[in-house]
Write a protein that binds this ligand. Structure first.
Ligand SMILES: O=P(O)(O)OP(=O)(O)OP(=O)(O)OC[C@H]1O[C@@H](n2cnc3c(O)ncnc32)[C@H](O)[C@@H]1O
Ligand SMILES: [Mg+2]
Length: 174
């Protein structure tokens, strides 16, 4: 299976390769513009970023599928505080499907800095004393004490957004 991923971040490439391992994926990383801000601040903006990445990556290649992954922050109805969210999108050129990864509440100190306009990656690096944590274990790793990591978290969004292409249950959808 040939896949074009709309990012050059190694954790996103790994997330796609590992999650789709049984399909023997051949993955091309494509540097695309997400078409949204560097730090999406709503579910809608995060999903749009994932969709744009998927469509633009596919358009740049002759892969079977384009995959987009986007991290965002949002205040979610029914939960306190500011949450880290992640969304995936997959397109085969006709149809686009979306699926989410896990949601993690961000510490209030982090949320305050994001409210001042900062991006999560650098804020997490400051907090942890790391460089480029968004390209390794990520906030998902740090905030769970290693119970998960960014690759696995993004992998769940890949699985959720890929499901409709690899099962028959959605075939009757309009
Ligand atoms: O090169 P790209 O594909 O853009 O990779 P990215 O790491 O910037 O990923 P996103 O644009 O999807 O994420 C938007 C912002 O949220 C940050 N972010 C998202 N998830 C994160 C995580 O688990 N840990 C640290 N930062 C994260 C990320 O660093 C960006 O500042
Ligand atoms: Mg980015």
């Amino acid at each position: 299976m040939e896949l074009a991923v709309g990012s050059t971040n190694p954790v996103k490439i790994d997330a796609v390769e590992r999650t789709l391992e049984r399909y023997e994926p051949s993955v091309t990383a494509v540097a695309v513009d997400s078409g949204v801000s560097e730090q999406p601040r709503s579910i809608e903006e995060t999903v749009t970023g994932a969709e744009n990445r998927a469509r633009r990556a596919l358009a740049a290649t002759d892969a079977d599928y384009g995959v987009g992954l986007e991290g965002g922050i949002a205040r979610l109805e029914g939960t306190p505080g500011l949450s880290l969210i992640m969304w995936g999108a997959v397109t085969d050129g006709n149809r686009t499907e979306r699926g989410g990864g896990p949601t993690l509440r961000l510490p209030d100190t982090v949320a305050e800095r994001l409210a001042d306009g900062a991006e999560l990656g650098p804020v997490m690096d400051d907090l942890l004393g790391t460089e480029g944590v968004a390209e390794s274990d990520g906030a998902a790793g740090a905030l769970t004490g290693g119970l998960t990591d960014r690759t696995r978290a993004l992998g769940e969004a890949v699985a959720a957004s890929f499901g409709p292409f690899v099962t028959a249950y959605y075939d009757a959808d309009g």
